[in-house]
Design a protein around this ligand. Structure first.
Ligand code: S3P
Length: 166
């Protein structure tokens, strides 16, 4: 089984994918890490160098070049599902799961992690919550194209596997 986790920044995609890898022996891939390894640059510097459009292009190419062996779990960047028909591509190549969080939960998680997120790093604390709410509203139609959605702060590896085999 190939599983793609989608959802907003800070939703916990990476940690959940790592749990599935540890507990079920899945191969773990994080699209941001692949991009950083292949370019030898950080996501922040790629945003500066290429702009968001260039980054989205690179992200879509990287997605299509992944080696998707059986039993692979892919944590995707928060914006990836929303561009270049990536959601459609993932639905054709695996089981997609939306890791859903409330706006309040996202705000509390992201308020300490803004520095390494180019789309959030220049926002004041006061602006962060409304920005997250607006962006989530724009992105949810894409995330909701995932085959399954799981709501919650503590998502276990077992829940992911049991959901994906439904
Ligand atoms: C982004 C999310 C980030 C990363 C980049 C852009 C986004 O990934 O790809 O900073 O547009 O939401 P995470 O969801 O892992 O933070």
């Amino acid at each position: 089984m190939v599983i793609f986790l989608v959802g907003f920044m800070g939703a916990g995609k990476t940690s959940i994918a790592q749990l599935v890898a540890q507990q079920y022996g899945y191969t773990y891939i994080d699209t941001d890490h692949v991009i950083e390894q292949q370019t030898q640059k950080s996501i922040s510097s790629l945003f500066e160098e290429l702009g968001e459009d260039g980054f989205r292009q690179l992200e879509a190419e990287t997605l299509r070049q992944l080696t998707l062996l059986p039993n692979t779990i892919v944590a995707t960047g928060g914006g990836l599902p929303c561009f270049n028909n990536n959601m459609q591509w993932m639905n054709q190549h695996g089981t997609t799961i939306y890791i859903q969080q409330t706006v309040n939960e996202l705000v509390s998680r992201l308020s300490t992690q803004q520095h390494n997120r180019p789309l959030l790093k220049d926002l004041t604390n006061a602006a962060l919550a409304s920005h997250i709410e607006d962006l989530l509203h724009k992105r949810e139609p894409y995330y909701k194209q995932a085959k399954f959605a799981i709501l919650g702060t503590l998502v276990s590896a077992e829940t992911i596997i049991n959901t994906a085999i439904l």
